[in-house]
Design a binder for this molecule. Structure first.
Ligand SMILES: C[S@@+](CC[C@H](N)C(=O)[O-])C[C@H]1O[C@@H](n2cnc3c(N)ncnc32)[C@H](O)[C@@H]1O
Length: 218
């Protein structure tokens, strides 16, 4: 049995790797919002939020001496990523997502200063360099964010700031995300300062990557 097959036996995780369009994805999260936290976090031990938060906190410490900067949690979902970032010291965060049912749960966490609806594949209505950091945890995936959206996420982070991305092995292994990472570095937009393989959803036997990119200082 492949890792993907074992994932398909578990709740709504399996179908999330078969999504092909934004409309599919919106419908999927409309159904999943009520049970998402229980399934991915409590049942499957969702590891990426804490891994991403720790990696970004280390980089924030080295570039800014702490985690007090302004952060955007891109595709914040119900807020599991934001909660891990808050626990790592990021207390000044906004979040965005295109699923209203997921955003409603994020509101209930009380950890975001501002939450807004945005389809990331259509761009962000946010000025250049607005944030010190951004996090995109579990959002570069099938039918979710396309790899070129990483440029848009980097655009809203100031020069010298950092972005952390956490993604599953299935999407990573397609190669489209790593091709975009190489192109972004070749274009001088940001450089990868941290890249680590580890757990994504350990309860489903699914691994994933954490990548931190830092924008050039000027
Ligand atoms: C697997 S969840 C991850 C949520 C959260 N970051 C976490 O780690 O729990 C993926 C999230 O991405 C959002 N999403 C998918 N495609 C999107 C798009 N095009 N624009 C904005 N959000 C999107 C979904 O609505 C969902 O909340």
């Amino acid at each position: 049995m492949t890792e993907k097959d074992s994932g398909e036996k578990l709740g709504l995780i399996g179908p999330s790797y078969d999504l092909k369009s934004g409309a599919d994805t919106l419908a999927h999260y409309e159904t999943w919002a009520d049970t998402y936290d229980e399934e991915v976090n409590e049942d499957l031990g969702y590891a990426q939020p804490a891994r991403c938060a720790a990696a970004l906190a280390d980089v924030a410490q080295s570039i800014d001496g702490g985690t007090g900067g302004r952060l955007l949690d891109v595709g914040c979902g119900t807020g599991l990523s934001g909660l891990a970032l808050r626990d790592a010291g990021f207390t000044n965060q906004d979040g965005c997502d295109f699923s209203q049912p997921m955003l409603e749960r994020a509101i209930a966490t009380g950890i975001y200063q501002r939450l807004f609806e945005a389809d990331l594949n259509e761009g962000l209505q946010v000025g250049d360099g607005t944030y010190d950091y951004a996090a995109a945890v579990g959002v570069f995936s099938f039918g979710h964010l396309e790899p070129p959206v990483l440029r848009e996420v980097l655009r809203v982070v100031r020069l010298g700031g950092a972005v952390v991305v956490g993604l599953n092995d299935h999407f990573w292994d397609l190669g489209t995300f790593t091709t975009e990472l190489e192109a972004i570095q070749a274009d001088g937009i940001a450089r990868v300062t941290f890249q680590e393989h580890g757990d994504h959803l350990p309860g489903a036997g699914i691994g994933g990557w954490v990548v931190v990119l830092v924008r050039p200082a000027d």
